[in-house]
Write a protein that binds this ligand. Sequence first.
Ligand code: FAD
Length: 503
Amino acid sequence: MATFTLIVLLTCIWSVVATTSTWNRSNACQSLSSKFPASIYTVGSSEYKSETQAYWSLAAWLEPDCVFAPASSSDLAGGVDVLIKSNTTFAIRSGGHAPTTGIASTGHGVLISMAQFKTLTLHDAPNKYGASYLRCGAANPWGVVYEFLGQHGLSVVAGRIWPVGTGALLGGALSFFSQQRGWGSNNIVNYEVVNADAKVVQVNAKSNPDLFWALKGGGNNFGIVTHYDMKTFKQDKIFGFNMAWPPEQMQKFSDAMTNWMLPGGGREDAKGALMPSTQYTPATDRLEPSLTALYDAPINNPAAFENFSAIAGTDLGNGVQNVSQLVNQTIGYSARVLRWKWYVTSIKFDKETMPIVIDTMVDVAKELIPKFDGFVGVAEEPITIKHLEAAKANGGDPMNLDPKDGGFLMALYYTAYSDPKLDETAENYLKTLISTVEKKTKAKNLFYDFYFLNDLGIAQDAFTSYKGGALNKLKAISRKYDPRGVFQHLVPGYKLGYLVDGS
Ligand SMILES: Cc1cc2nc3c(=O)[nH]c(=O)nc-3n(C[C@H](O)[C@H](O)[C@H](O)COP(=O)(O)OP(=O)(O)OC[C@H]3O[C@@H](n4cnc5c(N)ncnc54)[C@H](O)[C@@H]3O)c2cc1C
């Protein structure tokens, strides 16, 4: 009898909770719709469909109760006020290129799309930030940004791929200019943010300096950024290198990478930056390396890339060109046709780094997914001493990585496939691969405890790997600006030491 009463009681409580949250959810969309009718897209509309499918990985396509695409910062603040008061989950999406399900999308509550924030305006020094800057609305993909700046002979420290979005800056942003200027976030002079009080605030070194620091690597934990004010610099033509190689050149590519990473190698020339990748197709046992790289001077075949240019392969667009021409060559990443997953680990620069990265991937794939209906691969992203020195010189960030650690490679392992039934297989492969690689790197003292927020797998955490007590500092800043924990509990994504999965 007592058990029965308890079950009835629990059922009643559950019904009240469920009814309340359903009421809150539909009520939030109705309230938003009555305040901002032109900015709310409901299930069944073509806008709802295009917004909820504006993600690079099909695994990130979820179905929120409605989409809110505000036209201005004040409308966004008004909408956030409604969402906070109704205790409604809201995901935030800019470029939609984070592949992990449920960190920029949600299967319940409201999706906030930043699609209307398309501002691109130039502001010359002298000004209150002491540097010329670009005001960049959150909606702009990097391809559009570089195209715009190229018309003015300027550039910024931003992402390297045409369709990737400004969300990259909240994880730091690895750039073709990082060797010279640090992370993208080290080069921001001001953020316009809708904060946890649903107010529009300017965040910079003078106004809210602790929050300014937190945003340079703190992800979506501190507010919704509407505009990034990014330092601009004069930009001449560059040498763009874009090559793909057949499997028989894999060893030469691997050796060229090793030479570039080690002391005295190409990494010593800060004008050069590499974006390598090696794709592996288990079903055919084919390893295909490729490299997109930028040398920041208008000279053909710089010495910094000589180990790569010596390898015979397919020229995909080498030559002296504008930054935007090189970035245009990456527009293929706009295609929304596959399910992508990825996981990352960091490995100190060493002659054994590349063999571990590649051989372990092939071994684990052969063992676990020999007939995988898709492909896998690794982006071997070098983070150099010069990059980390420049990050510190330009004001630092929560990652707080020490140049004395000597530089390291972020091995971003990915899977790409069509069939949703392979989600679990892909996840299992990636997790096994990461733990196998880390077992080897730890045994050889090559493991570097850093997980790049922009490249995280769903079961990984970045903030615990930030150095110098940064996580505690981030938590204190969160408590100060967001005492109710709005961005900790209502917003899906990588939270301060844990995950809120919106799916
Ligand atoms: C093909 C490819 C190439 C890449 N190249 C690079 C690279 O060169 N350098 C690099 O650093 N990274 C790179 N990345 C990683 C990329 O930077 C991250 O996935 C980043 O999160 C993408 O930003 P987005 O705006 O496209 O993402 P979204 O998927 O829209 O958002 C990602 C995260 O940021 C949050 N967010 C987005 N906008 C806002 C906002 N306005 N305010 C608050 N939170 C927000 C979201 O809630 C989510 O948690 C690449 C990714 C891909 C797929």
